[in-house]
Design a protein around this ligand. Sequence first.
Ligand code: NAP
Length: 203
Amino acid sequence: MRIAILGAGNVGTALGRRFAEVGHEVVFGVRDPERARDGLAGLPVTTNREATSRAEVVVLAVPFGAVEAAVDGCDLDGKIVVDATNPLTMTEKGLALTAGFDTSGAEQVAAAIPGAKIVKCFNSTGYANMTDASGSMMFACGDDPDATEIVRKLAEEIGFEAVAIGDLTKARLLEPLALLWIQLAFTTDLKRDFAFRIERRKK
Ligand SMILES: NC(=O)c1ccc[n+]([C@@H]2O[C@H](COP(=O)([O-])OP(=O)(O)OC[C@H]3O[C@@H](n4cnc5c(N)ncnc54)[C@H](OP(=O)(O)O)[C@@H]3O)[C@@H](O)[C@H]2O)c1
């Protein structure tokens, strides 16, 4: 598939490299293409608008608060847009979500990009697990079942055990799951060197 990754930071580069390794056509969209050329393993890098113009799938790998700026001027009508962001904020008790219970960051992204098929995925684990998923778990959800299945399969192709969990409101579950991963990574001895896995009980 033709995949545009918006944001060439930790998540963007990890996903972009893996998608390219398994045979997809990857292009990065960044704010400053000249500055970003190094470190992207020879994969093409351009503006967000150009990167998204031919893409079938667009991955949002920018800070949640940068999503609207990142997609400004991009024609995403009818495209699959993967929301890998988390709506995080720092509070006096540590990191927290700015949305939850009765909405999610993903639903806010969907409202901001009304013509696109938003699928929440790749938000709920650390970026190192995207480079080496090793069968750890990943969930996808979205209002378009076909788009959700395409993204679920992409996650499977790069090594996750990937499960589709329903419509976009299920992102209300996936964003707290990300916060749990972050909480464990930053406050326990697990550090960042762990992943969640689905373990099936033997019958
Ligand atoms: N870190 C993780 O393990 C992890 C895991 C799951 C999900 N996430 C989520 O994934 C997103 C990215 O996280 P990250 O760790 O990859 O962050 P990061 O390393 O800080 O990278 C974010 C990238 O977004 C770019 N960016 C900002 N505004 C942009 C725009 N308008 N157009 C294009 N690129 C833009 C930044 O580019 P500049 O260099 O130009 O500033 C930067 O390269 C966040 O929403 C985060 O919550 C992170």
